[in-house]
Write a protein that binds this ligand. Sequence first.
Ligand code: 3Y8
Ligand code: NAP
Length: 249
Amino acid sequence: MTRILLLGGTTEAGLLARAIAEAGLPGIYSYAGRTEAPLDQPIHMRVGGFGGVEGLCAYLKAEAISHVIDATHPFAAQMSGNAVAACTATGTPLLALERAPWVAGEGDRWSHVADIPAAVAALSGPPRRVFLAIGRQHLDPFASQPQHRYLLRLVDAPTGPLTLPDAEVIVARGPFDVAGDTALLRQHQTEVIVAKNAGGKGAVAKIAAARALGLPVLMIDRPRLPKRQVVTSVKAAMDWLHHTARLGV
Ligand code: 3Y8
Ligand code: NAP
């Protein structure tokens, strides 16, 4: 009996959820519960952590999950690591649906940094107008570079005071478009953009806008993830589901 757990929270996960619904396959779309009102999905949704690897193992057994597809964001490293551990421990087939990283092209002025601390260190120096487009969870470390004027884009309005002394907040949920992000960068006279190498289409607008405006980008490379089977398209993920189910795995 096929019963899919889709670890979601990305554009691609939403597209896969639609394909699963259209195929009439029983699936559960899982959100961490990071945002106040996550988008509805065409399959059953669950919101909240599982309780680490142990909690996920228990969930897979209790819900008789036959397949797990990890379509989380490339920076959701802990969730992806837990999925590999839990699926190995329970013998549940696991597939990752990943999007390719962005690659610098003609006109891009990128500096690659390995992680958030490296991005913070790269901001040493005189005050600048910085578009810190990495969400809410990792803002605090940038307080060690208080000299800058930060522009922040968050999915939900901040619940408490920000640790950055000079910051302006925009509340917006992507996906974003190039015209909108170009106007935003112009309006705020942005001088440098800090971005995660998310890949995909939902967050790429600011990168295209930076190229158009000749602005430098501090590009944070993705965290390393444990080895697992990976596909890069919804079609390949659906083929895997049908194939694996047919083998009765
Ligand atoms: C809760 C679900 C869909 C998915 C849409 C994608 C695109 C728009 C662009 C910028 C960058 C950022 C951030 C971003 C984008 C998509 C996708 C994507 C980046 C929602 C969502 C959830 C989250 C969590 C949120 C993080 C934050 C990161 C904002 C829903 C809207 C910066 C990543 O306040 C918080 O705690 C937010 C946390 C994780 C990164 C961070 O560390 O703060 N995403 N984003 C998911 C859950 O609970 O499981 O609310 O509907 C999903 C999307 N956000 O279905 O159309 O596919 O990537 N998300 C980054 O890329 O750097 C914004 O502003 O340019
Ligand atoms: P993370 O740091 O890898 O995960 C931390 C913990 O959050 C996990 O151990 C798990 O808790 C819980 N969790 C994460 N994703 C979950 C999911 N889809 N369903 C149920 N529990 C989940 O994760 P994150 O980077 O905060 O990302 C959280 C969510 O936001 C994911 O759905 C991700 O796809 C989405 N998202 C993240 C980013 C980003 O920049 N990180 C960008 C866009 C979307 P337990 O250990 O208790 O199970």
